[in-house]
Design a protein around this ligand. Structure first.
Ligand code: ADP
Ligand code: MG
Length: 319
């Protein structure tokens, strides 16, 4: 973006967040950051591409929000506290109204989590947004996928499935009952457009959870990854899934279970806790849905009986 690139950076990206631990932010060749003593740095990066991760023509405010939210969710899953973000934005054109909305979405979420935008890049091309977030965690205290043990309880935050149903609604892929309540439909769409990363819960889980993963590709697939990394199997009871009232109303019970198990874009946390530590979850918005087990693989059950279930998570290069 030759003409106006620097003016655009100045106008839209210079003033997102303000932290004391940023000696040099936007404007030099690189940012200089001052992590606190006694901490590890946690680094995550995610790209969202138009027509792959969000429908073409999505509201710019949602795109800005989601580009940051998906990264904050990864940081939360590590039990870390997000501090700094970098933004590499590829745009077909420098539409100032679009940019104002995009930065409003990005900036409001950054502000809510005390994250400062410290650098980035601006290029022209098909719409794609890459965000890197850096966070900190007390030394050696990061939550990993690999710490789970057979017998640990499996928990999930929030109400998985809502976002996938919301996306299906946005794409016109879901037949909705004529009686469906407009507020329920709007709530589901909102869960896709403006996911709420579980940052406070991630921090609270440090020293409590044995393993943690964030849900981006569907609960069944992502829990399978956690179990594999922990060297065990897992068992989930569909009757324990925390399905939201809007999801049940709009999709019905069977489709709601399917959205919750296989739908992507939740950005909830799925974590495991040894039975003895369960009392420490007091006050956290999470639900026990199963257990880690000896062996390998995920068993999906209805009460005591295992049900037939195929759960390939989203894979960009699957064939
Ligand atoms: P360079 O050419 O050295 O990579 P640029 O001219 O691309 O630097 O960027 C100038 C400054 O603006 C740098 O500090 C860079 O980090 C920052 N910057 C560029 N694009 C963005 C953006 N989209 N958001 C935040 N900062 C940005
Ligand atoms: Mg550059």
């Amino acid at each position: 973006m030759p003409s106006g690139e620097f003016a655009l950076i100045d106008r839209f990206f210079r003033d997102i967040g303000a932290r004391r631990d940023v000696p040099v932010g936007v404007g030099d060749d690189g940012a200089v950051l001052a992590p606190p003593a006694g901490h590890d740095l946690v680094a995550v990066v995610d790209t969202i591409v138009e027509s792959v991760h969000f429908p073409a023509g999505s509201p710019a405010r949602s795109i800005g929000h989601r580009a940051l939210a998906v990264n904050l969710s990864d940081v939360a899953a590590m039990g870390a506290t997000a501090a700094w973000a970098l933004l590499a934005l590829t745009l077909p054109e420098a539409d100032e109204r679009w940019l104002a909305e995009f930065t409003a979405g990005f900036g409001m979420l950054a502000h809510a989590h005390d994250v400062q935008l410290v650098g980035g890049d601006l290029t022209s091309g098909p719409l794609a947004v890459t965000v890197q977030v850096l966070g900190t965690v007390p030394r050696s205290a990061a939550l990993l996928r690999s710490g789970g043990r057979p017998g640990d309880l499996v928990y999930v935050t929030g109400t998985p499935g809502d976002a996938a149903c919301g996306l299906a609604l946005l794409q016109g892929r879901l037949r909705t009952p004529a009686t469906a309540d407009a507020a329920a439909l709007a709530a589901l769409r909102e869960r896709f457009l403006f996911p709420a990363p579980r940052c406070a819960i991630g921090e609270r889980l440090r020293g409590v959870a044995s393993a943690c993963i964030d849900l981006s590709d569907g609960l069944a697939g992502d829990l399978s990854k956690l179990a594999l990394a922990s060297g065990c199997g897992a068992r989930v009871d569909v009757t324990q899934l925390p399905l939201s009232a809007p999801l049940l109303e709009v999709a019905g019970r069977a489709a709601a279970e399917h959205f919750a198990l296989t739908g992507g874009d939740d950005y909830e946390l799925c974590f495991t806790v040894p039975p003895a530590r369960v009392p420490e979850l007091e006050g956290l918005a999470c639900t026990a849905i199963g257990r880690l087990a000896e062996g390998r693989g995920l068993a999906v059950c209805r009460g005591d009986s295992v049900i037939e279930f195929s759960h390939s998570g989203f894979d960009h290069f699957a064939r």
